[in-house]
Design a protein around this ligand. Sequence first.
Ligand SMILES: C[S@@+](CC[C@H](N)C(=O)[O-])C[C@H]1O[C@@H](n2cnc3c(N)ncnc32)[C@H](O)[C@@H]1O
Length: 366
Amino acid sequence: MPKNPRQFDTHRPTAIANENRFVLLSFAGLAKISLQELKKQSDPPVEVTQLPNYDLIELVLTPAEIDNLPRLRTVEDIFWQMGSFPVSKKSDLTKLTSLIQKDLLLKGLALKNRLFHPKKPKQPNFNCFVKQDRDRSVYRKEIANKMVSTITTIFPKWKIRDPASVELWGFYLRHRLHLAFRLSDNRMRYRAQRPFSRPGTLRPTIAAALIQTANPLPNETVVDPMCGTGTILAEGVIFQKRATFIGGDSDPGALVSAKQRLWKHDLCLREWDATQLPLEPSSIDCFVCNLPFGQQYSTAGNNQDLYPRLVGNWLTRLKPKGRIVLLTADTKTMEKILGQLDLRWQASWKVKVLGTWATTYQIWKE
Ligand SMILES: C[S@@+](CC[C@H](N)C(=O)[O-])C[C@H]1O[C@@H](n2cnc3c(N)ncnc32)[C@H](O)[C@@H]1O
């Protein structure tokens, strides 16, 4: 958790003071995991705000720490904060014009090019978005229009595009408007691959958070028994290069996508029934999986029947002291089974997946 959230002083308005201020967006609930990840690199002063679907982390970095930002795996987007000011009435928005300056826009673009190496269009194009910390009117339209008209005045040749090479986001938090330049693009969210459209595919940042929680060690064997398109395995092989990863699914179509995603890596992918794994008893160090749940994530079967058969089978394949990390929104079914099996477990963190809160369970075999 933040060392001291108040260390982040949001009341210094000048461009110089904002030089090293950044904003990270993680899925709602994931800030806790993103801060753990960040802490492995550095320990900056931070402040966290909950938006309806995202956790927003404001932080101040030293110039050396800035270069590490693109390595974060649990964060959806990274912004450079150009400045902020209080907004209580419409007329306050005139201050936007003094923050959107030609040199600051070019500086943001240069930082984006340095950190994320985007494909550069012949002529930069732009777009503007506004997010707020709760559902109430905050002149969203007026803020966006003001941003657009100011940029158009400075760079008349820049056209509005989506996605755009220059994206300005206004975050309205605690009655202040924070103006932020988006540094990352969709390659950060989708890991430079086209998103896999199969229902139930996990977002890579959530898969990275599950792997971070499972924390595979060198020489361990880690299994995702319902791997779908292989999102969790793809994060695993990056997190721990010296572990062995195995994946499987009952759907051959899912395995085709998993092979496309993981073709560069030497790992075993098998078609199997996860309730009867063809693996040696007591041979696996760790299972990590997002279970079928909800409408997009569900299977034809019933979780009350499926979950005990899955967990029961995986426990027999686990080594003594092995661990299981699971994500599901069907907490009622999961906790009933965990109680019946008399296991040691904890509910670790929650994340909002497709509008539903899902819980991560860590389970240990004694
Ligand atoms: C929630 S999805 C996992 C998605 C995956 N993490 C991804 O990002 O693509 C659950 C997966 O379980 C698979 N599945 C359902 N029942 C199964 C069973 N009995 N054995 C193996 N796989 C099963 C489904 O085909 C589906 O791919």
